[in-house]
Design a protein around this ligand. Structure first.
Ligand SMILES: Nc1ncnc2c1ncn2[C@@H]1O[C@H](COP(=O)(O)OP(=O)(O)OP(=O)(O)O)[C@@H](O)[C@H]1O
Length: 638
């Protein structure tokens, strides 16, 4: 049977990544269990150690968070472009101020000597006003370019961080890390990354702009009026510096706010996913009360953050208002020093200086506004780090994706049939202090017959699956397929917790086999013992499933998961109790299909039920860390 699945995701299960971690109820591995070695969380290196969230306030005392700035590596051109466009937009206000001042001077001339208007002296007024209009139009164009470039910068960074985060969360050691809460990780991936986008695409360019244009403008003003420049510099220092002192408290509150939000998000997702269980156990009211409590905590954290933020805004405003007052006072002194009505030049200069003084604070006001927009990204940084999105401030490079799609006329895929899988004295234990789960276990699993893996609960069947899947480090290359080390990409798996996505059955199958034909789907469904049943459904393959496969029975879900795994082009198929949810007749049909499939690839299933064991050609019994093989010749003749 041709099959699809052209390595769209760098993982070993037939279930797409988001189905396993982000939407899994417990963050357990696809092969099915949950503890981490030593019960502590894993780092990305696979070592057991506590994850240290980042303190967003750590780092040099600068306007921009160093860690978030490092995330722009690779997008510096865009960042420079956004900053340059912002500076140009701000400079357009200065030009406009100068033109308005000149227009005012022309107006003063007209007021003082009205008869000049009759002689056409009002001429300069019109070009100046036209210049003001041109400034406004030019600014509109600049703003358009700015917002496009900023959103392209933000979306690139967002995409990169999100992909990097997903890639790291889907590493085997993270999939086994039960300390991860799906809701918390989901929040980091969604709102957290969006916050990073705002910080990087909006706040950082505004911070750079402030550091470029304000000194330049102050120098210009100093050239015109040194005293005014000094007063303004002092006011800017207050407006920018004072809130910075307060921001330590705000960042702390922000972190608390984020933690509360994260806890609510995780609880909410878990409550939704476990709603059926909660109903059966009559635990819905208690869960509701708990969520209510979390909501109130979030409300309190939000109000407290807003209060702190108000002080922050007040401090910035104080600096701005003080600066404007000083500018107005100095202008008034300058004007009153002139006697009665000032001359055109003095009026223009006074007006110009007042407008420039106001312009000094425009970048400060903008920055304060953007700081609040990017605040979420700053608060989420710890959570993103904990999820592994940015290591030491850098977003790790992603492995190149394989987008190869076979030409349309070629079969979607043909497996090169393997001969045998060999385990050569495989030993494994979870830690130095744990007992051996496998100890010098050896076996050969051949294609051409269905192999069952049996053993009492806790014997190590799932552990062996995890070793075959590459989820656990296999000791010294002791697992081979046809003489070469087995790779995770050789294996597909049907776990006990296969996930079906909201969408049609066809879409669920296409997820792993984008190029598979209708005939491929039919064959896979036939092998999984579902084809006949599906024919009776009015919508057949177009039947829409609800999230997690809630709209189909456990047995149907199990067989759909088997069909999906059959469509993946991998020479080894592992199944964890593939008939556990089926009645005897259906189980027989599925087992017969799997036996047929075992002529094309190596099929190994964990089996407890007597009929599953009886249907197998070979039974591998796991006992006391050793594997014992029984060939069931009678099964081969069936
Ligand atoms: N993450 C872990 N850390 C430490 N010990 C573990 C871990 N996972 C499993 N074990 C232990 O390893 C042994 C084998 O467990 P495993 O889940 O592989 O057994 P199993 O045969 O699949 O059991 P079952 O049939 O009940 O699923 C058990 O003693 C179990 O307690």
């Amino acid at each position: 049977m041709p099959c699809g699945g052209h390595r769209r995701w760098p993982h070993t299960s037939s279930t797409p990544p988001w189905g396993r971690t982000l939407l899994s109820t417990s963050g357990r591995s696809a092969a099915g269990r949950g503890r981490t070695a030593g019960g502590r969380p894993f780092t990305d290196s696979g070592q057991s150690s506590a994850i240290q969230p980042t303190d967003p306030m750590k780092g040099p005392p600068m306007l921009v968070n160093k860690r978030l700035l490092q995330m722009t590596a690779g997008h510096r051109g865009r960042l420079a472009g956004v900053t340059a466009l912002l500076c140009a937009t701000t400079a357009s206000y200065w030009l406009q101020a100068w033109l308005l001042a000149q227009a005012l001077a022309a107006l003063v001339v007209l007021v003082k000597v009205p008869e000049e208007a009759d002689h056409g002296i009002s001429g300069p007024l019109v070009p100046y006003l036209a210049g003001v209009l041109a400034c406004g139009l030019g600014r509109l164009v600049l703003q358009q370019f700015h917002s496009r470039l900023a959103s392209s910068l933000g979306s690139r960074v967002r995409l990169h961080v999100r992909r990097s985060l997903a890639h790291r969360l889907l590493r085997p050691e993270r999939l086994r890390d039960t300390s991860d809460r799906s809701g918390a990780r989901r929040l980091a991936l969604s709102e957290g990354v969006d916050g990073v986008d705002s910080y990087i695409s909006q706040y950082i360019p505004h911070a750079f702009q402030l550091q470029i244009v304000v000194p330049a403008l102050l120098l210009w003003i100093a050239w015109l009026n040194p005293l005014l420049a000094l007063a303004l510099a002092l006011a800017v220092a207050i407006a920018v510096g004072a809130p910075k002192l307060w921001r330590k408290a705000l960042a702390k509150r922000g972190q608390h706010h984020w933690d509360t939000y994260e806890a609510l998000s995780a609880d909410f997702l878990e409550a939704l996913q476990g709603m059926r269980t909660l109903k059966i156990l009559h635990a819905v009211p208690r869960t509701r009360a708990r969520l209510n409590d979390r909501s109130h905590q979030l409300h309190r954290a939000t109000v407290s953050t807003m209060r702190t933020s108000l002080v922050d805004t007040a401090l910035a405003d104080f600096g701005i208002q003080a600066g404007m007052l000083a500018a107005a006072a100095l202008a008034a002194i300058a004007v009153t020093g002139q006697g009665a009505l000032p001359g055109p030049e003095t009026a223009a200069m006074t007006y110009f200086l007042l407008m420039l003084s106001s312009e000094v604070f425009r970048p400060v006001r903008d920055l304060a506004r953007q700081w609040h927009a990017g605040y979420l990204g700053l608060s989420a940084l710890g959570s993103i780090d904990a999820a592994g999105g940015a290591e030491h401030g850098k977003i790790p490079a992603l492995p190149a994706e394989d987008h190869t799609v076979p030409p349309p006329n070629e079969p979607a895929c043909v497996i090169d049939p393997p001969e045998a899988l060999t385990l050569d004295h495989v030993s494994f234990r979870y830690s130095e202090t744990d007992p051996w789960v496998l100890h010098e276990a050896s076996a050969e699993i051949r294609r051409g017959g269905l192999t069952a893996l049996a053993g009492v609960s806790g014997a190590g069947k799932s552990t062996l699956f995890d070793l075959l899947l590459g989820f656990l480090p296999s000791a010294e290359n002791r697992i081979h397929m046809d003489g070469r080390p087995l790779r995770p990409s050789d294996v597909s798996v049907v776990s006990q917790r296969s996930y079906l996505f909201p969408g049609s059955i066809r879409e669920n199958l296409r997820v792993v086999a984008p190029t598979a034909t209708e005939a491929d789907f039919r064959r896979a469904l036939e092998t999984a013992g579902l084809a006949e049943e599906l024919q009776a459904w009015p919508d057949g393959l177009d039947t829409v499933l609800s999230e997690g496969g809630g709209s189909v029975s456990g047995g149907q879900l199990q067989r759909l998961a088997i069909a999906r795994a059959l469509l993946v082009d991998r020479p080894v198929l592992l199944l964890d109790e593939p008939t556990s949810a089926l009645n005897t007749a259906l189980a027989g049909r599925v087992l017969a299909g799997l036996r047929r499939e075992s002529t094309r690839r190596i099929v190994l299933m964990i089996a407890h039920r007597p009929e599953a064991l009886a249907a197998a050609d070979t039974v591998l019994r796991l006992d006391d860390g050793q594997l014992f093989t029984t060939w069931q010749s009678e099964a081969a003749t069936r």
